[in-house]
Design a protein around this ligand. Structure first.
Ligand SMILES: [Zn+2]
Length: 437
């Protein structure tokens, strides 16, 4: 089957690269393609900020960025008004109808107590360039001074991007612990069909991230599963970035702090994920659920942004171009990326097998079948691998060169590998994913 419409990261101008290479020296770690592209993508829109110029002018800088304030707990949504009133006086709330139906009552009571007006606009499915521009218009028309993305990663990413363009402050209020989007100073922009277009970078992180764990407990378990898939990649990618002396989205090398946070994320997930999923299936907030929410939201966010992205997310981005994967969550596709990264690394067999067993128990895909592909789909796998290894992708943060051939081989191998490991552990066979159209 022909795989059309592959989108790749934007290519930068050759002359500009040459100028920077000459200026900075080609061997410096911060002059690697990945970060150079990230910085240039940012600089095209914003001009190099002072902090970034500083990074560009000095080698081996370490950087960490984080939101100004993080609030997590049962019924936290009732406190949103109190926390927002420290940021602005006229918030614009971005939420689709389903999310709004869930948060409206608790949120409104808190807003009234804080004397804040309740103004909400709806939201579609993806953070597309058009969705972002429409929010910028809504901010301008309503004279808002802070924008609040409520719900899933797309509404949050669109709100961040719009807040930046409209030059107002922004806050993230996830209603599920399903991705690492809420805390970061960047948005991922997609097409209407959900294909990756670009990362957009902002000069600062959200002023506030607030997550109500009762809402997480009442959300479908697939959201928490997705967040676990996204968060498990954090440590694997930070470790690879550190080994390769790569750079992170925070604009420097990973700090020891970021690596420790990424490791804590990993440990909390292995310890608490299965019991946290039980809690969600019972709609209850437990200490295990609080731990996994913190791992999926705060630690995964800080960890990916300041610890580094590598192969797992690049392979995710490549997979978004395959129509067979449409309808899968970010975390499901990232999990395929994580396992593929472990294979690419030649990780110890035990580590790989443990990962397959654990993620199967969590309910995450670790075979091609579960993302709608087969090992025989060579054209599609090649296209995914080409997109994952395009110049500037985070896969080039790996501590060794990675080609499209390498990715095809690793991706193809996970089908047989996971099927064998699952069978040996009495775990269920994979069920084929049928893409939504
Ligand atoms: Zn992610």
């Amino acid at each position: 089957m022909h795989l059309g419409g592959i989108r790749t990261a934007p290519h930068r101008s050759r002359s500009r690269c040459v100028a920077r290479s000459g200026q900075l020296g080609a061997e410096r770690p911060w002059n690697r393609p990945t970060t150079r592209w990230m910085m240039e993508a940012h600089d095209r829109r914003n001009g190099p900020p002072a902090a970034r110029r500083k990074v560009l002018s000095m080698s081996s800088m370490y950087a960490l960025s984080s939101p100004a304030h993080y609030v997590q707990g049962k019924n936290a949504i009732a406190e949103l008004g109190k926390h927002l009133s420290a940021i602005g006086t006229k918030p614009l709330l971005v939420a689709d109808d389903v999310v709004w139906g869930i948060v409206e009552k608790g949120l409104t009571e808190g807003f009234e107590a804080a004397s804040l007006p309740v103004v909400r606009v709806g939201f579609g499915r993806f953070a597309t360039p058009e969705a972002v521009d429409a929010l910028v218009q809504a901010i301008t028309d309503g004279g808002h001074d802070v924008i609040v993305g409520l719900g899933g990663g797309s509404a949050i990413d669109a709100a961040k991007a719009a807040g930046h363009l409209a030059e107002v402050r922004w806050a993230s209020v996830p209603t599920a612990a399903s991705s690492d989007a809420p805390t970061s100073a960047l948005s991922v922009i997609y097409t209407e069909e959900g294909e990756f277009i670009e990362y957009r970078f902002f000069p600062h992180n959200p002023d506030l991230v607030l997550i109500d764990t009762q809402l997480v407990a009442e959300a479908p378990d697939k959201f928490l599963q997705a967040g676990i898939g996204d968060a498990l990649a954090t440590y694997l990618e930070a470790r690879a970035t550190d080994r390769g002396q790569g750079l992170t989205m925070a604009g420097g090398r990973p700090t020891k702090s970021a690596l420790a946070l990424a490791r804590l994320c990993w440990d909390l997930l292995w310890e608490n994920s299965l019991t946290a999923l039980d809690a969600v299936r019972s709609k209850q907030v437990t200490p295990a659920l609080e731990a996994v929410v913190e791992a999926n939201t705060l630690l995964s966010g800080l960890g990916f942004e300041s610890g580094g992205l590598a192969a797992a997310h690049a392979i995710h981005n490549g997979l978004t171009a395959a129509p067979q994967t449409h309808g899968l969550t970010h975390g499901q596709k990232v999990n395929i990326g994580s396992l593929t990264q472990l294979v690419l690394e030649g990780a110890p067999t035990q580590e790989i097998e443990d990962f397959i067993v654990f993620t199967t128990r969590v309910g995450l895909p670790n075979t091609l079948t579960e993302i709608g592909l087969t090992a025989e789909d060579t054209a599609e796998l090649r296209a995914v691998a080409e997109a994952a290894t395009v110049e500037g992708e985070t896969i080039h943060n790996m501590p060794f060169p990675v080609t499209a051939e390498d990715v095809v081989a690793a991706l193809t191998s996970i089908e047989q590998l996971s099927r064998r490991v699952r069978a040996e552990h009495g775990l269920p066979e994979p069920v084929k994913h049928i893409a939504e159209h």
